[in-house]
Design a protein around this ligand. Structure first.
Ligand code: AMP
Length: 187
């Protein structure tokens, strides 16, 4: 099954994606990780996106969509995808739908991890100490949250009426969120 984990930065998408990866033998598809990899490799894409990432702004749809296309059309991953951080714009959501249809796939579950701004700030400040991400300082966190609210909120409105949509309180403890997701998936 294909799953979308949706929610603001710090909602716990990555943590839940890793749990689901193990449980379902699926593949976590984290655009943030893929983009950070490009920066680490100092690739052409990496050089283009570094300032956007460090500033807490979104990377252009075209770049992100191209990275995604390879994954969606990879036969070894077909029907076993966990999207973490994609789609984040309506354009990305429409692309995803088109490519899933073209490759005979669909979205089986969408989990929206809903967390308030105060919790996000607390969590990301903790994560900064552990992961040392350059986009985890307070100013950038606030910018990432505002970018999410402006750009990603329309995607949420678009998905929330679908039958595969599930909202979960992302302020709960990790194990509680995992258990709620597992219950809905019946695994
Ligand atoms: P994340 O690891 O998901 O928090 O993403 C870190 C950063 O990568 C974001 O703040 C954006 O700059 C960039 N990014 C990740 N996913 C996307 C996406 N789907 N569209 C545009 N930019 C993205």
């Amino acid at each position: 099954m294909n799953i979308i984990l949706f929610g603001p930065p710090g909602a716990g998408k990555g943590t839940q994606a890793k749990n689901l990866e193990k449980k379902l033998d699926n593949h976590q598809v984290s655009t943030g990780d893929m983009l950070r990899d490009e920066i680490k490799k100092e690739s052409e894409i990496g050089k283009k996106i570094i300032s956007y990432m460090n500033d807490g702004r979104f990377v252009a749809d075209e770049i992100v969509n191209n990275l995604m296309k390879k994954v969606i059309f990879d036969p070894s991953k077909k029907g076993r995808l966990i999207f973490d951080g994609y789609p984040r714009t309506l354009d990305q959501a429409k692309n995803l739908e088109t490519w899933l249809t073209e490759s005979n796939q669909k979205i089986d579950f969408i989990f929206f991890l809903n967390v308030n701004k105060k919790t996000i700030i607390e969590r990301i400040e903790k994560r900064k100490i552990i992961e040392k991400r350059s986009d985890d300082d307070l100013e950038t966190i606030l910018k990432r949250y505002d970018t999410y609210m402006e750009t990603t909120k329309p995607v949420l409105d678009y998905y929330s009426s679908k039958s595969v949509f599930n909202e979960i309180d992302g302020g709960l403890k990790i194990a509680e969120i995992t258990s709620k997701i597992n219950n809905i998936l019946n695994v």
